[in-house]
Design a binder for this molecule. Sequence first.
Ligand code: SF4
Length: 223
Amino acid sequence: MKFKKEELHSIVNSVKRHIEMEALGGAEDLLFPADEKNRSAISLESLEKEVISCLRCDLHRTRTKAVFGAGNPGAKLMFVGEAPGRDEDLRGAPFVGRAGQLLTKIIESIGLRRKDVYIANVLKCRPPNNRNPFPAEILACENYLLKQIELIKPRVICALGKFAAQSLLATNEPISRLRGRFHDYRGTKLVPTYHPAYLLRNPGDKRLVWEDMKKIRKYLKER
Ligand code: SF4
């Protein structure tokens, strides 16, 4: 696998930080800094505090605010996007720009309100200029999302867009082939669909998202 110079720089920095943490706190802190032995006692609130002060990858240098996630902590439906954009970075909340307004309409299209669901991203800090996340950043951040899902226990995860779907399902399959069907994500149903930002540029594909949402609605109603 070939890496660009900036990706290599990011990986080297992550490894350096891991080594420093090991020297300070023991090997388990490499996996999860909050205290791996007491993970079951971690709440969403304490996890959010960790994210807000997280220094685990270089994105902490350029973020305005980390974006932990928002919504109902007991939600049956959880949406997972890629990473905060400019509006989200400024406000510290997920999906608050134009794409977020469209996501609200998508949620309402199946009879739910935004406060009924939980919304998060794979990355908690904005990549500069909305560039694609680097592998080292995903690696550094992924435990936060895993823990969120573990705490919320949604019945369905809706992965918004190629990046979230491919990251969660560990695949390179295009979103056009992933969407429209249920996948298994660690025992939870996962339905990929198009990202609202993509729909703003390609409104003709809104009907495909509507089809995906109807499947989710049916599944949730039956259980
Ligand atoms: S992107 Fe994730 S790992 Fe990187 S600094 Fe932000 S919260 Fe920490």
